[in-house]
Design a protein around this ligand. Structure first.
Ligand SMILES: Cc1ncc(COP(=O)(O)O)c(C=O)c1O
Length: 391
């Protein structure tokens, strides 16, 4: 099936306001997501928040099914969260790691995850080890396997980094983690919504993602997947009386599903919006979305290469829908600002978001364009011409 781009664009109100290529930051929501959030909020205003929750309980419960189906998991394995970082941290800080345990990660690791490694390394006397990249810029699988010994307590990598087109071989990393029975925490934040995700194929124990990027959901949403085998044993670092009901004065009882990582109060309108966004993407088909957005990104790279002084900085042999680049004599943030004033939204990505990779490759602040399936080749031309006019 091919995507009906005219229909998709008609269903995307933001299209008429700007040329928006920021899916790696925060994408344009489809109208159905906006309507779901507004309608739910209106209901809260009319009958009250608790009453709205009671009236819409089935629909809200169904969001767990929608997320689970989307990644081929079980609804028990899903915790809904306010963003990807909170989701990731819940898994990471719950993970029992003995003093001296080694955490294996990759050069593309995201800043929020790495500072958490640093904190636990300091607090719990852990070792962080960065597996080098291979010639293509992806995590070197041989180096990963040779680094494994009995002290490895966790493999935690970022599938698609925030700063470019690299797609790490997350499934192959999962196969290694399974082979040696090492817990595997996967940051799928930038993958969610631009490609199919199947947790069995990935072999991960934990997976975190956000709602506002390629899946086109609202800000302030995300989820954590926790493989069922962990649900008996993993104690969250923080709990409340939703995660762990207070059953006698001196005892609490952890929930038996991944919602032991949630807490009592939540933004239900946004949750409903996240469900609507995933259903919308599922109807279009993630293979179709991947094909169109990755093709547009490839066309974008070709157009950019024709601009004098432009260098594409994406690592990896396979490239996703995130394009990072520099242009001689153009400062990335200033350029993004100039383009924004012309109604073209692109981003800038700073070394501090992916410091390991940035220092290894001596990366400056780069421009970041993330075309989604609702963008067009004409829009790419307008964007690249606008940059060319500044050179
Ligand atoms: C690779 C990656 N992981 C995690 C995050 C954090 O997501 P959130 O801001 O929803 O916590 C981001 C955000 O840009 C990201 O690019």
């Amino acid at each position: 099936m091919c995507l009906d781009i005219k229909k998709v664009r008609n269903e995307t109100p933001g299209i008429s306001h700007s040329i928006h290529m920021m899916a790696a930051g925060s994408a344009l929501m489809p109208q159905c997501v906006v309507d779901t959030i507004i309608e739910y909020t209106k209901l809260e205003a009319q009958i009250g928040g608790y009453e709205a929750h009671a009236q819409r309980a089935d629909e809200l419960d169904n969001v767990y099914n929608i997320v689970a189906d989307h990644i081929a998991a079980h609804p028990r394995e899903i915790a809904l969260m306010e963003n990807a970082t909170v989701a990731w941290c819940h898994a990471f800080y719950a993970m029992p790691l003995a003093p001296g345990a080694r955490i294996l990660t990759c050069e593309a690791e995201y800043a929020a995850n790495y500072v958490a490694f640093l904190q636990r390394a300091k607090r719990d006397n852990l070792k962080i080890e960065v597996i080098p990249s291979d010639d293509t810029g992806a995590i070197d699988l041989q180096a990963l396997e040779s680094a494994i010994d009995d002290n490895v307590g966790l493999i935690a990598i970022t599938w698609i980094p925030t700063n470019g087109g690299l797609v790490n071989p997350a499934g192959k990393v999962g196969a290694i983690s399974r082979k040696y029975n090492i817990p595997y925490l996967l940051d799928a934040c930038q993958a969610f919504g631009q490609m199919p995700i199947n947790v069995s194929d990935l072999g991960c124990d934990f997976l975190s993602a956000t709602g506002r990027k390629f899946i086109r959901g609202p800000r302030g949403t995300g989820f954590l997947y926790v493989a069922s085998k962990w649900l008996d044993s993993l104690e969250p670092a923080m709990i409340d009386h939703f995660a762990a009901p207070w059953v006698t004065t001196d005892r609490y009882q952890l929930r038996d599903d991944a919602r032991r990582f949630e807490s009592w109060e939540n933004a239900y309108a946004l949750r409903a919006g996240l469900g609507a966004a995933i259903s919308y993407a599922d109807q279009l088909g993630l293979e179709n979305i991947q094909q169109r957005s990755w093709n547009l990104a490839e066309t974008c790279r070709q157009m950019l290469r024709e601009i004098p002084g432009c260098r594409i900085m994406d690592a990896g042999s396979i490239n996703c829908a995130i394009v990072s680049f520099t242009v001689e004599n153009l400062e990335a943030r200033d350029t993004a600002e100039i383009l924004r004033n012309k109604g073209i939204a692109i981003g800038a990505t700073a070394p501090s978001s992916t410091r390991l990779d940035a220092e290894a490759r001596n990366l400056p602040v780069m421009m970041r364009v993330a075309p989604h399936y609702y963008n067009t080749q004409d829009e790419l031309e307008i964007m690249t011409n606008a940059i060319r006019s500044l050179v």
